[in-house]
Design a protein around this ligand. Sequence first.
Ligand SMILES: C[S@@+](CC[C@H](N)C(=O)[O-])C[C@H]1O[C@@H](n2cnc3c(N)ncnc32)[C@H](O)[C@@H]1O
Length: 182
Amino acid sequence: MDYNQIYAENHNYFGNPFPEILEFFESRVSSGSVLDIGCGQGRNAIPIAEMGFEVLAIDLSTEATDQLSKLACIDNLMVECIDIADFEDWKAFDLILLDGFFHFYDHDIKKETYQFQFILNSVRDDALLVICFANHEYAKSRFEGMTESLRKVHEDVIHYQYIDPITELTFETHYLLVVLQK
Ligand SMILES: C[S@@+](CC[C@H](N)C(=O)[O-])C[C@H]1O[C@@H](n2cnc3c(N)ncnc32)[C@H](O)[C@@H]1O
């Protein structure tokens, strides 16, 4: 997927944030520093920063981070264009948000398994990982196999209807929101 092109053509490509994610931050966590990995156009980073969390939103798309930097004039929201492979400041964060970052499709499973293990090894020991991904049964089962050593803090299934702004096709799907503590 060419996210630079997608984001350039539509300034709100993924639409509104899932209320279930924001509710988790609002009601289950009192404060902390948040690393939003693959933040896209900031649909989560902005409201979470507005709640008072210190947020660093990172993405490798220059278009996404340029748009978000211009849009978000909030003191506690920082934006950085970087590939997670090059990110180093992992231990500074209490919460790691991954919304739509992992899919676990066949063609991505090797890369994403490596990335998940890399993130897990990098974050600090008590960090919370807030992960939202399409709830294909095979993806869920593959993912669960990788997280047996972690404590599950929260789980929610999100029913989601999405109208692709480019094709105008409607998709109905279920997302899985899972919060794990290292
Ligand atoms: C499906 S989008 C989700 C965007 C956002 N989290 C949201 O929910 O609106 C995935 C994002 O991850 C970013 N991404 C993919 N691989 C990345 C990497 N290795 N490092 C940083 N960002 C990455 C993409 O550029 C894209 O913006």
